[in-house]
Design a protein around this ligand. Structure first.
Ligand SMILES: [Zn+2]
Length: 105
């Protein structure tokens, strides 16, 4: 992916911080803001895969669940395999602070 100076239009290497032609500072490509892909502990229905995908991408969780349900019906189980793979592959949200656990005496 090439980077171009917004002032003079010169092509620059991706790692460039300043334009080599006119010296203008080149804005570094910002990572897309969003939550990391994780399976939340609260609000999940089965394993939190749909909720985690929805939160990570800014989607409506209801839409994701409907799409997943239709996928399960019309892909003859392939979506189920994908769901289990996501269940295993997507890390679970870290637990809360230790005092959130019930105290054992
Ligand atoms: Zn320039």
């Amino acid at each position: 992916m090439a980077v171009f100076c917004h002032r003079c239009g010169a092509g620059l290497p991706v790692s460039a911080r300043f334009c080599s032609s006119c010296g203008t500072a080149v804005a570094a490509p910002q990572p897309i803001p969003g939550r990391p892909l994780m399976r939340p502990r609260a609000g999940r229905q089965i394993a939190g895969v749909c909720l985690g995908l929805a939160r990570a991408n800014g989607w409506d969780v209801a839409v994701v669940r409907i799409v997943a349900a239709f996928g399960l019906l019309f892909t003859s189980g392939l979506a189920g395999v994908a769901y289990v793979a996501a269940w295993v592959g997507i890390p679970e949200e870290p637990a809360g602070p230790p005092q959130a656990y019930p105290r054992s005496v």
